[in-house]
Ligand binder design. Structure first.
Ligand code: ADP
Ligand code: MG
Length: 702
């Protein structure tokens, strides 16, 4: 397995099936790229109609090649790809890059052919990149098994892309900016090898320091997250995910024929697994440069030095916007600095060394910043003014970057006027951003990554539970053809998972309800029980604060009348008589299944306003205590839970336990499609939390 993946990057020999002698044809350009970039292994062009190309012997078929072959690049028309694979297998080839188009992206026939292709590859024990891709580049093994127009310089970034065109664009940019890469992989339709396989390969590649990717949809979100959570602790992973908006998602699905998951789920899953998400290609490149060229900051404070006020303010605003922190120099350094700068200069961050600043002023500020413990990194802003020493300043910034362990970023603004400085910065691996905001955002991502790296791995929390009982209830309900659990079942499931609920008894008529209420003790709550009524209070199906039997009879009758009037064909089984929980904050805890990532857990301010307030936070299961602690704090209403204006705080620990329980319940019982507890009444500290209403939808496993 590892070998077959390795062969994509470090093969000893490559066969190109469907090679062509005509320049400009894909089958030609791949062979020519292998030759031109001096692939050191053996190259075997395969074409029954030729003898020789680019100085290489051409073979009529792969079986006529005498020696072993590690990697096949297939360029033949789609319909002959399967037989090409058969030949490869006979020759003992385990890895193939299928460049050919005409598969899933082309419609139903192509999609069927692609299914066949994967089936065949599995039978033959082969691994496939593609089909419909640009190919693979590994600069350190001089392998350019692609039809890209060029080869990037050697470097520490590796790129995986679901779009071949973006690979070529990235390449073009990389060449013009002299940005080095280790590997580039165009995933194509990813019928077999997907982003997770390639991420694992990049993780294992010692030349790769930074992983970047362009993704339209994931093949297996759960597997991806699991891998990413580990890899991202050692290597930053920056991903641009398109199909973020519903319009974008439609374009993406017609593009590679894959279904994009919902954007929110991606946001949450990426965040939880430590991915640095780029919202645009520009951000992808901006962040990639910072991570590739500079060390990770050890503390959050960025120090900005500028020869102009405006850009300094823009940078400071960007810090406020992104959550990047600016930190001042220590007071001694400030004093020393004052003696070197004109009196009107500012020694507060952003440090404004004024428009007449020459390189020496940058030098002294940067030197102080490097020595000051409070400073995590430096951003040098420069606008070309009449006395500005662009080159000298660039040299000073470059020298600081070389000698310091702190990241140094630059924003030399302008074009012609700063060009000579930019060349110096580029040669010294100081990323320059044409606008200061972009530099600040990049720094913020770097520090965020540092905190992610430092956060300890916490295993998922386990809740003691009676899973057998839950399973049996769910299967009975499914056998009875139901897609929802009954009131009693729901509370029993909750109790199997340690989720408490108020005393409640189902009564079939008014008299029954009175005796139930007497058993429970007044005041009580009445709730209609009917499979056809989902939102009970919407149809007058909930009465809280029923104080005595007389009131109860009245309320019961009114409830029946209201519900029958609102939902005439509802079959009303009776009412739930429930203990009245007078105190407590109303929260919501729920779970649903995301097609890409599996159980998605929600927490928020609940009750009847949940939809309008939308004050909720999400996580992908499984969860640990850190996750639930953060979920609680992410909602805007957290201060209400924590206790404000003399109010007692809620029992936060009990709320977290309920969230963990729902997470585990969804994980262990895949037949449960959706759950929600709304409201969960959170009582004051030490008193717990009670589920006063719940819904559980179930379905047969697909
Ligand atoms: P539904 O969501 O179907 O309308 P609920 O059972 O959630 O029905 O009841 C609606 C509202 O009534 C709840 O949001 C809550 O404010 C209140 N309520 C329901 N049950 C209780 C209870 N046992 N104690 C106190 N208030 C309750
Ligand atoms: Mg409710």
């Amino acid at each position: 397995m590892q070998d077959s993946i390795n062969n994509f990057f470090k093969p000893e020999s490559v066969a190109v099936i469907g090679s062509s002698r005509i320049p400009g044809k894909v089958g030609h350009d791949i062979v020519s790229n292998l030759v031109r970039y001096e692939f050191p292994g053996r190259i075997y062009p395969i074409n029954p109609k030729a003898d020789e190309m680019l100085g290489l012997k051409v073979y009529p078929d792969i079986l006529s090649v005498e020696s072993d072959i590690n990697l096949a690049v297939v360029v033949t028309p789609a319909k002959s790809v399967l037989s090409a694979l058969d030949d490869c297998a006979k020759k003992g080839v385990k890895s193939a890059i299928i460049i050919s188009a005409g598969f899933k992206e082309g419609g139903t026939d192509g999609a069927e052919l692609e299914i066949e292709l994967l089936k065949r590859a599995k039978e033959l024990g082969m691994r496939i990149i593609g089909p419909n891709c640009l190919g693979v580049i590994d600069t350190y093994s001089n392998l350019n098994a692609s039809f890209a127009a060029d080869m990037p310089e050697k470097g520490n970034i590796s790129f995986l892309s679901q779009s071949g065109a973006l690979c070529t664009a990235m390449l073009d940019w990389a060449l013009s900016e002299h940005v080095g890469f280790s590997k580039m992989v165009s995933l194509g339709n990813k019928c077999d090898i997907d982003e997770t396989d390639i991420l694992n390969a990049f993780a294992a590649d010692e030349k790769t320091k930074v992983i970047i990717g362009y993704i339209e949809a994931l093949s297996d979100g759960t597997r991806f997250m699991k891998a990413v959570k580990q890899i991202s602790k050692t290597k930053p992973i920056i991903i641009a995910k398109s199909g973020s908006t519903s319009v974008g998602a439609r374009a993406a699905s017609s593009h590679t024929g894959s279904l994009a998951g919902s954007n929110m789920a991606y946001d949450v899953a990426f965040w939880q697994s430590g991915i640095i998400r780029a919202n645009t290609m520009q951000e992808l490149i901006d962040y990639a440069l910072a991570f590739s060229y500079q060390p990770i900051p050890q503390n959050p404070g960025l120090l900005i030095v500028t020869n102009a006020g405006g850009p300094g303010i823009l940078a400071a605003d960007a810090a406020g916007l992104s959550g990047a922190r600016l930190s001042d120099l220590d007071s001694q350094s400030k004093e020393e600095l004052k003696s070197h700068l004109p009196p009107t200069a500012s020694v507060e961050n952003p440090i404004d060394i004024l428009g007449d600043a020459k390189a020496d002023r940058y030098d002294i500020v940067i030197e102080k910043a490097m020595k000051s413990d409070s400073v995590g990194g430096v951003l040098a802003l420069l606008t070309p003014q009449s006395v500005t020493q662009v080159e000298e300043t660039a040299k000073i910034v470059a020298a600081a970057s070389k000698t310091s362990k702190k990241p140094v970023l630059a924003s030399f603004m302008g074009k012609e006027g700063v060009a000579s400085g930019l060349r110096i910065l580029q040669k010294s691996n100081v990323p320059n951003y044409p606008y200061p905001e972009r530099a600040v955002f990049a720094f913020q991502k770097m520090y965020h990554y540092k905190s992610w790296q430092a956060s300890p791995y916490a295993p998922p929390e386990t809740i003691e539970a009676d899973d057998e009982r839950v399973s049996s209830m769910v299967s009975i309900a499914l056998e009875e053809g139901r897609n929802r659990l009954t009131h009693e079942e729901i509370y029993e499931v909750f109790s199997c998972y340690g989720i408490r609920s108020p005393k409640s008894i189902v009564a079939r008529d008014g008299n029954g309800a009175v005796s139930c209420a007497e058993m429970i003790g007044f005041p009580v709550v009445l709730k209609v029980v009917s499979q056809q009524i989902s939102h009970k209070s919407d149809v007058g199906g909930v009465r809280v604060g029923v104080r005595d039997s007389e009131g109860l009879r009245l309320a019961y009758q009114e409830m029946m009348d209201n519900c029958t009037a609102a939902v005439p064909d509802a079959f009303i089984e009776g009412v739930v008589v429930q203990e009245m929980i007078e105190r407590g904050k109303e929260l919501i805890v729920g779970g649903q299944r995301d097609p890409q990532f599996g159980p998605m857990i929600m927490f928020g301010l609940g009750g009847i306003y949940v939809e309008s307030l939308q004050d909720v936070s999400f996580r992908v299961a499984p969860l640990n205590l850190t996750d639930t602690t953060l979920m609680l704090r992410e909602i805007r209403s957290f201060p209400i839970l924590a206790g404000m204006r003399g109010e007692e705080p809620c029992d936060l620990e009990a709320i977290q336990k309920v969230i963990l329980a729902i997470s585990q319940l969804m994980e262990r019982h895949p037949e449960i499609e959706e759950i929600d507890i709304n409201p969960l009444k959170a009582l004051p500290f030490g008193k717990g939390a009670l589920a006063v209403d719940g819904r559980v939808s179930i379905g047969e496993l697909k």
